[in-house]
Design a protein around this ligand. Structure first.
Ligand code: 5GP
Length: 350
């Protein structure tokens, strides 16, 4: 057994220090980012926020709303439980540039992806080369060798797609997934999610702010990118994730309860939405719902909770983008790209 020295921090442990600034107004802050991806070599500009691939938040409706937000739009990682026909229909219906197709590690996931990709290509004969352009390969524990092999296999099958793979929380595994796996973006976060029970059940995890700082350093050193996934409970946490070096931030709980979610709603006597049942994708609830069941060898690593109805997702997005713009003004960052360079974290005593 070993101890690692050094304090590791979560979002709650820090604040960002205000600094003198020459920025006249927060409205002029540019919150779009432009990226060139390591392996597929795409360039893109986007507001780098992604709705999580949970079955409540990673929905077609979420994708439509986020895609249309401000000029460049935000992104959505669809959940993996849509039928082949629904996915093929969705991805064939337009350019869908901002939507991630999500798979796990099972063979049937890869077969379904290939089948959807074939249909999308056959229906869009003029857009040669365009099939499924963004692939999110998501497992709870990205530390297994079979996962790296799986990512490499998907990279070989889809050399021109952007691939995001995770989750991990330490630099050596980020390098492994980028260099050996062929991922363009690595998803960071073991245990911080709002409906995650991994830390409680397994004792494993890593404080998310430190994970982002350390993993961003590893990824950027080799030309890769990271997506901070989990633990953002309010707009200020999203700001801290970007300030720590995240290229993208993925959100589940913050978007749960909006009109764009699917799932079990609770209604008032008057028929109005009151709350949404929101649960972890490794919870017993999710496993029973999607037919895999829990299995006697494992414990539920997700919890179920009720989140209040929040109305349209655009209100939440505006709060987040407003928070980012204001934070940039507080530290003198003219663009979101400048935020990590301009931000100084102060650790608060609790
Ligand atoms: P949130 O934004 O709600 O804090 O975190 C969302 C993230 O939590 C998801 O993108 C996913 O990585 C993670 N997550 C979702 N469901 C579960 C679960 O059941 N168990 C664990 N350990 N993590 C989960």
């Amino acid at each position: 057994m070993k101890f690692e020295d050094g304090i590791k921090l979560d979002f709650d442990d820090v604040l960002i220090k205000p600094k003198r600034s020459t920025l006249a107004t927060r409205s002029g802050v540019d919150i779009e980012r432009s990226y060139r991806y390591l392996h597929c070599k795409w360039w893109e500009s986007t507001i780098p926020i992604i709705a999580a691939n949970m079955d409540t938040t990673g929905t077609f409706a979420m994708s439509n709303s986020l895609e249309g937000f401000e000029t460049m739009g935000m992104q959505t990682a669809l959940h993996k439980h849509y039928s082949l026909d629904d996915l093929a229909g969705f991805f064939s219906s337009g350019w869908c540039t901002n939507t991630w197709y999500t798979i796990g590690i099972k063979e049937e996931d890869v077969k379904k992806l290939i089948a959807v990709d074939d249909i999308v290509r056959s229906r869009c004969p003029t857009s040669v080369g365009l099939g499924i352009e963004r692939i999110c390969i998501d497992v709870a524990n990205g530390y297994q060798k079979v996962f790296v092999d799986h990512v490499r296999r998907v990279r070989n099958l889809f050399p021109h797609s952007v691939i995001m793979a995770g989750n991990v929380c330490t630099p050596e595994m980020v390098s492994e997934l980028l260099i050996s796996g062929g991922a363009d973006i690595v998803k960071i976060g073991i245990g911080p999610g709002s409906v995650c029970a991994t830390r409680k059940i397994t004792g494993c995890g890593y404080p998310q702010l430190s994970a982002i700082i350390e993993c961003a350093d590893a990824a950027h050193g080799v030309g890769g990118h990271i997506c901070a996934d989990g633990g953002c409970r309010e707009a200020g946490d999203v700001v801290k994730a970007f300030a720590a070096g995240a290229d993208f931030v993925m959100l589940g709980g913050m978007l749960a309860g909006t009109d764009e979610c699917e799932g079990e709603w609770e209604y008032s006597d008057g028929g109005e939405k009151v709350a949404l049942k929101f649960y972890g994708m490794s919870s017993e609830e999710a496993m029973n719902k999607h037919g895999s069941g829990m299995g006697s060898y494992r414990a539920s690593e997700g919890i179920v909770k009720s989140v209040p109805y929040k109305g349209s997702v655009s209100r939440i997005l505006q709060e987040i983008t407003g928070g980012i713009r204001s934070a940039c003004a507080y530290v003198g960052a003219p663009t979101l790209k400048d935020l990590p360079k301009c931000a100084t974290f102060v650790v608060r005593r609790k």
